[in-house]
Design a binder for this molecule. Structure first.
Ligand SMILES: C[S@@+](CC[C@H](N)C(=O)[O-])C[C@H]1O[C@@H](n2cnc3c(N)ncnc32)[C@H](O)[C@@H]1O
Length: 221
């Protein structure tokens, strides 16, 4: 049987085309299925009014309403994604809700590092952010370890990083389905890697009958 490696460069291009198309119905799947994990994950960001939070990948912006509970249209939400279709859905949410603090950016996750943030920053956007949320993205990205490192590098000291994703150690039909629908891997040791990079590491891997985890940590310096 052919083994598909989601997350290779070739698969990445296909995944973006796929997400462009899926964007129209994406919220129906994502909103209800991950709701509990998402709400918990966002509370773990520990964001306060006026903070800057970076969401990578932001997809259709399902998280924005949860961020706004803490931000109340203050600070900044920086949403980054490589799919025009997904970002178009996010833009609709921003306009419909009259969000004033959201910046949507079409960019490859692999490009977001300290240099990128320095170029991007201005009077409004700081070079470092208070919190980073990576939800259901690293499992589909080839350079996920680099991305975790880069995300930590753009955090302020004591900034928070939270990752929501899949981890199924053993192969299973469920895992195969998740890989197919999400165009990502499900057995990457993402939270295990995060644990070595942060302090205050916390893990809850009980969501969605196990398999979906929320891992968080704080940048020390
Ligand atoms: C499963 S969706 C998750 C979206 C959102 N975080 C959520 O939880 O609803 C995966 C997202 O990753 C985006 N993506 C895939 N490869 C990317 C890349 N190299 N850079 C940025 N975004 C990427 C896709 O366009 C898609 O929106």
């Amino acid at each position: 049987m052919e083994t598909k490696m989601y997350g290779t460069e070739e698969a990445q291009k296909k995944a973006i085309t796929y997400y462009d198309k899926l964007s129209v119905i994406y919220d129906f799947i994502s909103n209800w299925y991950y709701k509990k994990a998402r709400k918990f994950a966002i509370s773990e960001l520990k964001i306060n009014k006026g903070n800057t939070v970076l969401n990578l990948p932001c997809g259709t912006g399902v998280n924005f309403k949860y961020f706004q509970k803490f931000l109340q249209n203050s600070g900044n939400i920086i949403g980054i994604d490589l799919s025009n279709g997904m970002l178009a859905q996010a833009k609709k949410k921003v306009e419909a809700n009259n969000y004033k603090n959201v910046q949507l950016i079409l960019e490859n996750a692999t490009k977001i590092d300290q240099d990128w943030m320095t170029d991007f920053s201005n009077d409004k956007f700081p070079v470092k952010v208070d919190a980073v949320f990576c939800d259901l993205g690293l499992s589909g990205l080839p350079e996920w370890e680099n991305i975790v490192d880069n995300m930590i590098s753009i955090l302020k000291p004591k900034g928070r990083i939270v990752i929501l994703d899949w981890y199924l150690e053993e192969s299973s039909l469920r895992g195969d389905f998740v890989k197919w629908i999400g165009k990502g891997e499900v057995n990457r040791p993402i939270y295990q890697y995060l644990k070595t990079k942060v302090v205050d590491f916390q893990l809850d891997d009980s969501f969605n009958f196990g398999g979906v985890f929320v891992a968080s940590g704080t940048k020390l310096v």
